[in-house]
Design a protein around this ligand. Structure first.
Ligand SMILES: [Zn+2]
Length: 199
């Protein structure tokens, strides 16, 4: 192993505790580390072996439409901006709240590396997950079709997807709310101004 430790955010993470996967320019999975496979096994996803996943599109494994949509936008941004994007998200098991960290690194030629690790875990009664994921809240996410920002009614503003993921916990493994498309106030103003010029 080239690096035993990577300095991250002032702390250090042992590489073996980092779950890493890599995709090619066509979004197919080309590499996962042993810790990634172990994490899958620990979470009862024993069907996720190297043989079963490599070569397949990443999107085969992110089946929920809202989450996939956000992921695709973020992946596109890492490639376009050619810089690392860092996210916080939740990956809960029935008995644990898991606070996760993800970094998406551009490796050139469209290849991306996803580094995930657990920041902390909290044990909780298993029932709580059911309460959190019953989908009965009627919550609906509105995304601006133009700038892809997300309406966060709690914050009273339109936010970048990265920020919304964090604040609205959209990557929580529990089913995220459905998404609808709209237009934010800033884009609406810009479009109105453009229409005025045309007229
Ligand atoms: Zn907008």
């Amino acid at each position: 192993m080239v690096l035993e430790l990577l300095a991250i955010g002032g702390g250090a993470v042992v590489v073996k505790d980092m779950f890493v996967h890599q995709i090619e320019a066509d979004d197919s999975l080309s590499w996962v580390n042993d810790a990634w496979l172990q994490f899958a096994r620990d979470n009862k996803a024993t069907h996720l072996t190297r043989e079963a996943i490599l070569g397949r599109p990443l999107w085969d494994f992110i089946t929920e439409a809202t989450t996939r949509h956000f992921y695709q936008i973020i992946v596109q941004r890492v490639r376009t901006l050619a810089r690392v994007i860092k996210l916080h998200y939740r990956c809960d098991s029935p008995e644990k709240r898991r606070f996760m960290r993800m970094e998406i690194h551009p490796l050139g030629e469209g290849r991306l590396q996803f580094r995930n690790w657990i920041l902390r875990e909290e044990v909780r009664p298993a029932l709580e997950l059911l309460a959190a994921s019953d989908g009965g809240s009627g919550r609906l996410i509105t995304m601006c079709s133009w700038c892809k920002r997300v309406n966060n009614p709690t914050a009273g503003e339109w936010q970048e997807p990265e920020q919304a993921v964090l604040q609205m916990q959209l990557f929580n493994c529990a089913t995220p709310p459905p998404i609808t498309h709209g237009i934010c106030s800033a884009c609406e103003k810009a479009l109105e101004a453009e229409i005025e010029i045309l007229a």
